[in-house]
Design a protein around this ligand. Structure first.
Ligand code: EPU
Length: 413
């Protein structure tokens, strides 16, 4: 288990480039199961979750290289527990496998550090499209000679639920209409990819998506969008270290709520076509913030924003509305000098003049990112252990940060 050793207080200056979006690549990789044609993918980040998804695709029968994927034949129509337990997003192969093979056997994901995270809405939607679903020994068994189009009303917004059903509906007989669909840019990216493969999809990016099923899909050559969560993490890092940082690939259209929050804190951001420039150094102001589905403030940036709030003047609040376990970094931040009270889904953060380095431990991906930011901004020495959580979603992050002036080193265990 590697750790990061950080000497805090160094301003981040220069330019850093955002990698491709993990949460766009994962469904796009799953979507390659929909056809036997070859796919070329560009901008795929070298992160652990992507490596796990690639291994899962290999076990299903895919030929996977750095450049692309080809699934001429399905040799195993499912995702066993060994993959699903390390990558919850493995549930994304359920829709494509069912649509292509008429059956799929995918281990039911359990809860994870951030919440219970059930997938019942994925299954309800597939049932409405004609699938027979049974759960036995922890495995979802789904069958349907050919799925048919249906009207699906999601109870609440679900990102991977929307993606799973969009993929399944692409090959179904007839038209599927998703209501209360997720509007996240990653959902839109998957739709663009599927459209390039020949799918007929309208309305992605809005709450109503219409998918007219086609008999088959072809291959495609596709570049994934930049990772807006990594971009937000880097912008906050620049702001908190009194830096002067250009984040290449940060897209204004994906980050409006984050820019607005940084604006409330008094952080100047300059927008350019190719990215965003952040300048730290001024006093930070307290604010009230609530996480919610896109286009509102992302739950995946809540922990990082709390680090900034912990240094702001006055009392900030963060209300987490998506996941019940998103505050696991808080006791560790408190050990670094933050003043944070938790009551249910609400955190009250009283700004302190400084954070001090400490030995802390990552408990999930974004909690790890938040503690890394705290270490960069703190006075003195921080050792962040269990960075394998960070490696799930941030590509060579210590190299990127070192290149713009951070003192951060990976120490191999
Ligand atoms: N939910 C249900 N039943 C369902 C599906 C969802 O109750 O059948 C609930 C969840 O428990 C949660 C809410 O609905 O309370 C929203 O969950 P959603 O399904 O949207 O989450 P997800 O699709 O499992 C994706 C991202 C997460 C991100 C969330 C929210 C991927 C691979 N994962 O998860 O990313 O936090 O959407 O935006 O796209 C991360 O990258 O660190 C990460 C956790």
């Amino acid at each position: 288990m590697d750790k990061f050793v950080i000497e805090g207080g160094r301003p981040l200056t220069g330019e850093v480039t955002v990698s491709g979006a993990k949460n766009a690549v994962l469904p796009i990789l799953a979507a390659t199961l929909l056809s036997s044609e070859p796919y070329r993918l560009f901008g795929v980040p070298d992160v652990r979750d992507v490596a796990t998804m690639r291994q899962l695709l290999r076990s299903i029968g895919a030929t996977v290289s750095d450049e692309g994927v080809e699934v001429r034949q399905i040799v195993h129509c499912g995702a066993p527990y060994e993959w699903v337990k390390t990558l919850r997003a493995a549930i994304l192969v359920l829709g494509p496998l069912l649509a292509r093979c008429g059956e799929a056997h995918v281990s039911l994901p359990g809860g994870c550090a951030i919440g219970a995270r059930p997938v019942g809405w994925h299954l309800d939607a597939l049932k409405r499209m004609g699938a027979e679903i049974a759960l036995e020994h922890g495995i979802i068994h789904a069958k349907a000679a050919r799925l048919h189009g249906a009207r699906i009303d999601f109870e609440r917004v679900t990102v991977t639920g929307t993606e799973n059903i969009m993929m399944a509906a692409a090959l179904a007989e007839g038209t599927t209409v998703l209501h209360n669909a997720a509007c996240e840019p990653e959902v839109v990216d998957l739709a663009h990819f599927l459209i390039q493969c020949g799918a007929k999809i309208q309305g992605a990016g809005g709450a109503r998506i219409t998918i007219e099923g086609v008999p088959r899909l072809g291959g495609a050559s596709y570049r994934v969008i930049p990772d807006r969560i990594e971009a937000a993490t880097l912008l906050i890092a620049g702001a908190m270290t009194q830096g002067d940082l250009f984040v290449r690939g940060a897209r204004v259209e994906h980050l409006a709520s984050v820019i607005a929050a940084l604006g409330k804190a008094g952080v100047p951001i300059t927008m350019r076509d190719e990215g965003m420039h952040v300048r730290g150094g001024g006093a930070l102001d307290a604010m009230g913030l609530e996480t919610a589905p896109y286009p509102d403030f992302p739950t995946d940036v809540g922990p990082q924003m709390m680090v900034l709030m912990s240094r702001a003047r006055g009392i900030s609040t963060l209300h987490e509305t998506i996941f019940e376990g998103r505050f696991s970094h808080v006791p560790e931040l408190v050990r670094m000098g933050a003043n944070i009270q938790i009551e249910g889904h609400r955190a009250t953060i009283t700004g302190v003049p400084r954070l001090s380095g400490a030995n802390v431990m990552a408990s999930d991906l974004r909690a790890g990112a938040a503690l890394m930011l705290a270490g960069l901004a703190a006075e003195g020495h921080t050792e962040l252990s269990r960075v394998y959580h960070v490696d799930r979603g941030y590509e060579r992050i210590e190299e990127k940060l070192s290149a713009v002036g951070a003192h951060i080193q990976r120490v191999k265990a």
